[in-house]
Structures are given as C-alpha cells and as structure tokens.
Write a protein that binds this ligand. Structure first.
Ligand code: PMP
Length: 369
C-alpha cells in the first residue's frame, strides 16, 4: 500500500506511524510473552512493567516534578469536569476563566458540586482572543482556578500559563490541556492539576491523564466515587479498578516516540515544540497572506494545534472538502458550532502534512479564485 493520507482530525486523531507499526508488530505476542497486551492481567508483571515505563517516560518527557502524581484514569475530559470539583473544590467556590466551548462546559458541570465564579470570559469576542490575566476578577477564597489552556474548537491557546500568585490569588491552577498536552513544555510551578484525554496528542481514546500535586490529593467530597477519588487512585498506582490497559500501552509507545524526537540540537518536547511552531507558522502565514481564506483569531492567541479557517466564499466548502479527500487530506471539516474548516496539527502531524495542505489550498485558490 502507498503512503497513508494526512489526517487532520481534532480527535481521536492521527498517531505517529512508527507507533502504529510497533503496535502492529507486537499485536499477537508482546515481547515473547505469548500474549497481546489486550489479553494481559493488569496485575501481572508484564503489564506492570508497561505501565511503570509509561509513567516514567511521561514524567521524563514533560519534566513532571516528583511531588506530582501521574494518574491514568478513565472518563475523558468531560469526566474530569466532575471529578476535579469532587476532589478539589471542598464544596466551596471555584473561579473559572471562560475562553471557549470546553471551559464553558467545565464550568457548567462543576455547578453540581460547588459554587462557581466567572473570573473572566472572552465570549464578547466570540472566543477569538484570550482575556488578559491582568483583567481577571479572581476571588480570594477560591478552591482553585480552572482554565482550558488550548480551546480545541475555537483555536485559542494560552501561550504562557498565568502566574496566579503574582495576580494575588492563593488558589491552585487547574488546566484542561487535553488538546495540547506534550506539544510544548509545562511550567509546573504554576500548575496544581492538569488533565487531558489521550485521544488527541497521546494515544487512543479511553485513557485520561491527571497530573496532580501531592497536597491537593485527599480532600474528595463524600459523594465522590471511589474509582474517581485521586487519593485511592494514587495509592493504588492507577490500578484500583482495571485501567485502560491497551490505551496506556499505546500512549506509552507514544511517550517513547516523543522522547526520541530531535530537531537540530533540540530533543524530546523541545524538539516537538519547535516542529509545532514551524507547522503552525507555515499554515497561518499562508492563510493570512491569502485573500481567499481567513482565520479570525487574534494572532497572539492562535493555537498551534487547532487551526480553524474559512473560505471567504463559503459556497465552495463542499468542493474544498471533496478535493481535499481526493488529495489525501482527511477530516478538515470545521466544528459545527464554528463552521468552515479546521486543521488539527497535533504532534503526530509531520511538517510534510502541513506542506501538503498548504499546497492543496494554494492550488484550490488558484483554480477557484
Ligand atoms: N477538553 C478539551 C479541551 C477537549 O478538546 C475535549 C475533547 N474534544 C474535551 C475536553 C472532552 O474530552 P472527552 O471527549 O475525552 O470527554
């Protein structure tokens, strides 16, 4: 078979081909064990080794300090919208920064478990720019501050995490980093908890990563299910209930792949970040220079991962998508709430994929302008 098409899905999303090939090679017999990883007991030594290696590789990849737990959970980002307040809110007040659909969903779900205060919102800009941290109305008694560090649908991203202490808040910062995890380094001095589904940047659906600082564990509400209580999950090394073993294995292979990446003198997440910067610049620069396409997000708030764009003549949308499929460029249709197109260019998308997209867009413009 020929080269695979380039897949721009927002998630579940393209995987590194090397990871898929490795998984295929090990599918029937993992390293002489006589078993597929799917067939192993999560309590056995084989899967124990896979899981411990995955955790160690993630810790090394993103330089997660020792005083943070790395938890492998289930329930996805939307599950964490309930699980975080059940574990961290203590039934009190939580500050929310609303920057798009995902943070808005988080705030709504949290209302079942705690009070919420909207400290900032970019709704007046249709979620096309980030509200400056200096304008946030933070409470002095919040249990935590929630934000979504990359809004997958609207394509806005925090280029730097806020320093809440410098803004006068003593609350820990919770970030939903589902759609840009491992695409750039994380400043853990500014974070209390980070969560994300694996299905965009790390692996298959079914695995949720939760990175949580020691002192925030152990305060769950009485109603919190045991399987979602961070204390219980941490004490049982993510094996209180049966974890999503296959997804952890594939994510582990992806962590190894990420650690091995190199760009010039850069390695690991620094190399991936550089590649992501180059990919995003190529696509945004092309869109900005073209009279045929547009991106409506403020330049300094644009996501490196999710690039929503529009054809100025929207009657050409169907032809654009059909031609793209024909050219081996898949899943470019925008989210229904925003319309237009969206190119998700996660870690596994090579520069060549973005070059192919830009080449197609240029040719479509030339033949339809
Ligand atoms: N948060 C963000 C930023 C997301 O992009 C998504 C999924 N698109 C979610 C939360 C929801 O994740 P899940 O479907 O895994 O619950």
């Amino acid at each position: 078979s020929g080269p695979r098409p380039y897949n721009f899905s927002a998630g579940p999303a393209a995987m590194p081909e090397a990871v898929l090939q490795r998984a295929a090679a090990e599918m029937l017999d993992w390293q002489g064990s006589g078993m597929s990883v799917m067939e192993m007991s999560h309590r056995g030594k084989e899967f124990g080794a896979i899981c411990a290696q995955a955790e160690a590789d993630f810790r090394a990849l993103l330089a997660v300090p020792e005083h943070f737990h790395i938890l492998f959970m289930q329930g996805g980002g939307l599950g964490e919208n309930a699980i975080v307040p059940m574990n961290l809110s203590r039934g009190g007040k939580v500050d929310f920064v609303i920057t798009g659909s995902w943070s808005a969903k988080s705030q709504k779900e949290a209302l079942r478990y705690c009070n919420s205060h909207i400290a900032a919102s970019n709704a007046d800009s249709q979620h096309t720019r980030m509200p400056a941290p200096s304008t946030w109305q933070l409470s002095d008694d919040a249990s935590y501050v929630h934000l979504c560090s990359n809004e997958t649908i609207h394509g806005v991203e925090f280029q730097e995490l806020p320093d809440l202490a410098a803004l006068g808040s003593r609350a820990p910062l919770v970030i939903d980093f589902s759609s840009h995890v491992a695409s750039r380094p994380v400043d853990w001095t500014r974070v209390g908890l980070a969560f994300g589904g694996a299905q965009k940047n790390l692996g298959p659906a079914g695995l949720t990563l939760v990175i949580v600082r020691d002192d925030l564990v152990g305060h769950a509400l009485e109603i919190c299910p045991s399987a979602f209580n961070y204390r219980i999950v941490a004490d049982n090394k993510s094996m209180y209930n049966t974890p999503p073993t296959w997804a952890i294995y594939i994510a582990g292979l992806t962590f190894q792949w990420l650690r091995q990446q190199a760009e010039g003198a850069l390695t690991g997440v620094a190399a991936i970040e550089q590649r992501n910067v180059d990919k995003a610049r190529l696509l945004y620069d092309f869109i900005d220079a073209s009279p045929f396409y547009e991106n409506r997000v403020a330049p300094d708030c644009r996501s490196r991962m999710n690039v929503p764009f529009f054809l100025k003549d929207e009657s050409r949308n169907e032809a654009f998508l059909a031609g793209a499929r024909e050219a081996g460029l898949l899943q470019l249709k925008g989210h229904k709430s925003v319309g237009g197109m969206r190119a998700s260019i996660y870690n596994a998308m090579p520069l060549e994929g973005v070059q192919a997209l830009v080449g197609y867009m240029r040719e479509f413009e030339r033949s339809h302008a």
